[in-house]
Write a protein that binds this ligand. Sequence first.
Ligand code: 5GP
Ligand code: ZN
Length: 114
Amino acid sequence: MEDCIFCKIVKGEIPCEKIYEDDMVLSFKDINPGAPVHVLVIPKKHISSLNEVNEENSKVIAHIFVTAKEIVKKLGVDETGYRIVSNCGEDGGQTVPHIHFHILGGRSLQWPPG
Ligand code: 5GP
Ligand code: ZN
């Protein structure tokens, strides 16, 4: 995906504040944090949104959640609590069409979101 911002981050063409990386996923700080802890976890391979998840690519999605468990420990919010969100499509508020999971924490989060 030539024009995808997150594919460019994966390739190192756009810098990021890296939190975690392995062969399948990358995690980095959100550039416009909505909470004291706000990081994104993305698959390195482009998947556009939750709508594109299927049996074939679901291994990386499962891996993202295993990874997230370690990331929240590293960021110190595993005990205080956190939220993992993936916005999908226009009504969901998705602005970057490369699937990503927001990890938010470090303060009491409102529910339901606006
Ligand atoms: P969405 O709105 O699609 O759910 O989430 C996209 C997120 O990506 C937003 O929270 C936005 O701040 C973040 N973002 C957009 N561009 C960049 C970037 O170039 N670097 C980083 N670190 N985050 C970005
Ligand atoms: Zn992409």
